[in-house]
Ligand binder design. Structure first.
Ligand code: KMH
Ligand code: ZN
Length: 274
């Protein structure tokens, strides 16, 4: 039997303005509804960036907790909070994201250019965040924007060990201006360079690279991340209607590859969550 397909939905992100994209979920009610729809469509995990009452990205602790509770009230999705936040968020606030008690957190393995901005992840921050996640029992998902970050993951695991239970899940985030391109050869190179401790991997392609990366990932037995954090059109010039639409397309692609969607319980096992 082929391995079930983990579909992670990243519904909001920190970069798109609500005014430019009214269907972007930016309130607790909208994220709760999105979570329920995406679980029904076949997602097992949700990667969350929180927005405030003005729809702007925030790491406010009470809002983080409110969004986590909203998703848990409407779905059984595995809840992953972004510790990347927006490019403007201070490192100390990004560490405090774990206080909101998510199941999982993103953990980017190095600094990279991010369009005209810099996405800052200095090594001491990476180490602190990793150790904090381990001490809190939060499953890190290692975000890899570039090939150098794949090698940095090997260094982190050698120096600080693997999470209890030995599960190491990574996500290739490809096609960001400043990171690796969203192409099949780049994904092949990234997967070939993964340290041996890695037990599962997924991939997402930003913007127009979304389908190329999804199909390359499926062809190599990988998992998928989809969502409006990463792409806002379903085809050239046609806006995405909802995150569930992107999840449904991922389910369809997975079925062509003879992979059935993984359940949230399956995802918890994959991440080593008790
Ligand atoms: N918004 C980006 C600057 C993450 O969620 O951990 C960082 C990001 C990665 O999206
Ligand atoms: Zn993110």
């Amino acid at each position: 039997m082929p391995e079930p397909l983990l579909i992670t939905v990243a519904p909001t992100g920190a970069e798109t303005a609500k005014a430019d994209c009214p269907q972007l979920p930016t309130t607790p009610e909208e994220i709760a509804r999105t979570a329920a729809e995406c679980e029904a469509a076949g997602a097992a995990m949700i990667h969350i960036h929180v927005r405030d009452a003005a729809h702007a990205p925030t790491l406010d602790q009470s809002m983080l907790r409110e969004w986590v509770a909203a998703v848990r009230s409407s779905s059984s999705l595995v809840v992953q909070l972004s510790t990347g936040g927006s490019v403007h968020d201070p490192l100390e606030e990004r560490l405090k994201v774990l206080d909101a008690e998510p199941d999982s957190c993103s953990l980017t393995m190095g600094t990279s250019n991010f369009g005209d901005d810099v996405f800052l992840n200095p090594w001491p921050f990476v180490k602190d965040l990793y150790q904090l996640a381990l001490s809190r029992g939060v499953a890190p998902e290692f975000e890899l924007f570039d090939l150098g970050q794949v090698h940095a993951l090997g260094r982190l695991l050698r120096e600080h060990g693997t999470p209890a239970g030995g599960k190491v899940h990574v996500d290739f985030v490809m096609g960001v201006p400043g990171g690796m391109p969203g192409t099949a050869p780049a994904l092949v190179a990234g997967v070939a360079a993964l340290p041996p401790e890695v037990t599962s991997w997924s991939a997402t392609g930003i913007g127009r690279s979304t389908l190329a990366v999804a199909m390359a990932s499926l062809s190599m037995g990988g998992h998928l991340r989809v969502g409006m954090e990463d792409v806002l059109t379903i085809s050239r010039g046609v806006p995405v209607e909802s995150n569930a639409q992107l999840v449904s397309r991922a389910v369809d692609l997975g079925r062509i590859a003879q992979r059935e969607p993984m359940t949230p319980a399956g995802c918890r096992e994959l991440l080593g969550l008790g």
